[in-house]
Ligand binder design. Structure first.
Ligand SMILES: NC(=O)c1ccc[n+]([C@@H]2O[C@H](COP(=O)([O-])OP(=O)(O)OC[C@H]3O[C@@H](n4cnc5c(N)ncnc54)[C@H](OP(=O)(O)O)[C@@H]3O)[C@@H](O)[C@H]2O)c1
Length: 246
């Protein structure tokens, strides 16, 4: 497996905004070939244009992570376009916060479909390829809510992120001899994620984000995990705003 970041092909789900888009910019500036995938193609194209304007290499793929056939098709397209995939960043996610008592099964379904099943579909799309090439790196966006239950309001979100952290650790135990596996567990980071809460908790969520740190804090943590020598696997990185207590 090649070392460092330069020349690696990195597929990022949810690369149209927020942490995914910023990670694409940071990794491309350090010589990675970046494939970004999400539903909003125009936003992806804008990220690609900004990266190319700075001399970087990037390509956009329209994809809904809740459709495993689309995720597999994008992985195949990235291999066709770039020759291989070295790193998958499972980043697409949603966080509608709402007390359980308000029962909103559509939001529960959406979080399970995107945050949890979407992550599994990403793993499914790259794992056989990584096993065949004897190398690869899967980086899953969990959260501090994946190590501490974010209640009231974030109970189902936490459930999906606990599952992502558990799957990351289990995957490491199963395939970790050849394939690196990392969970990124951030606290409040400035992005559109907080706007996904439309219910009674909307103001509480915005208050929680008042000390949010910029998306490049997460991008730098991801770059740190990728740039390690091939025999070093950074298994988890927890980062929060210094002022954040939760
Ligand atoms: N911001 C934080 O405070 C924070 C903290 C901890 C963890 N995280 C995690 O970080 C990840 C990125 O979040 P963010 O803060 O960058 O939020 P964001 O700005 O809202 O970005 C979410 C991304 O997910 C994509 N996405 C949503 N549904 C999708 C679907 N069905 N198919 C494909 N892509 C989909 C969106 O793209 P389209 O809408 O174009 O599809 C967008 O690019 C999430 O997993 C989140 O849980 C964030």
């Amino acid at each position: 497996m090649s070392q460092g970041i330069e020349g690696k092909v990195v597929l990022i789900t949810g690369g149209s905004t927020g942490l995914g888009a910023e990670t694409a910019r940071v990794l491309a500036a350090r010589g990675a070939k970046v494939a970004i995938a999400a539903r909003r193609k125009q936003k992806l194209d804008d990220v690609v244009a900004a990266i190319e304007a700075k001399g970087g290499s990037a390509r956009a793929y329209a994809m809904d992570v809740t459709d495993k056939h689309q995720v597999e098709a994008v992985a195949a397209a990235v291999v066709a376009d770039f020759g291989r995939i070295d790193v998958l960043i499972n980043n697409a996610g949603l966080m509608p916060i709402r007390p359980m008592a308000e029962v909103n099964t559509d939001e529960w379904d959406a979080m399970i479909d995107v945050n949890l099943k979407g992550t599994l579909y990403g793993i499914a799309a790259v794992l056989p390829r990584f096993i065949a090439q004897d190398s690869g790196h899967i980086i899953n966006l969990s959260s501090v809510a994946g190590i501490k239950v974010f209640a009231p309001g974030g109970t189902v979100y936490s459930g999906t992120k606990f599952a992502v952290s558990a799957i990351t650790e289990g995957l490491r135990q199963e395939v970790g001899e050849k394939i690196r596996v990392t969970a990124i567990e951030p606290g409040a980071v400035d992005s559109d994620l907080k706007l996904g809460t439309s219910g009674t908790a909307a103001e509480t969520v915005l208050g929680f984000y008042k000390d949010a740190i910029p998306a490049d804090s997460v991008a730098r943590a991801i770059a740190f995990a990728i740039e390690q020598p091939a025999d070093v696997d950074i298994n988890a990185i927890v980062l929060r705003p210094t002022r954040q207590v939760f």
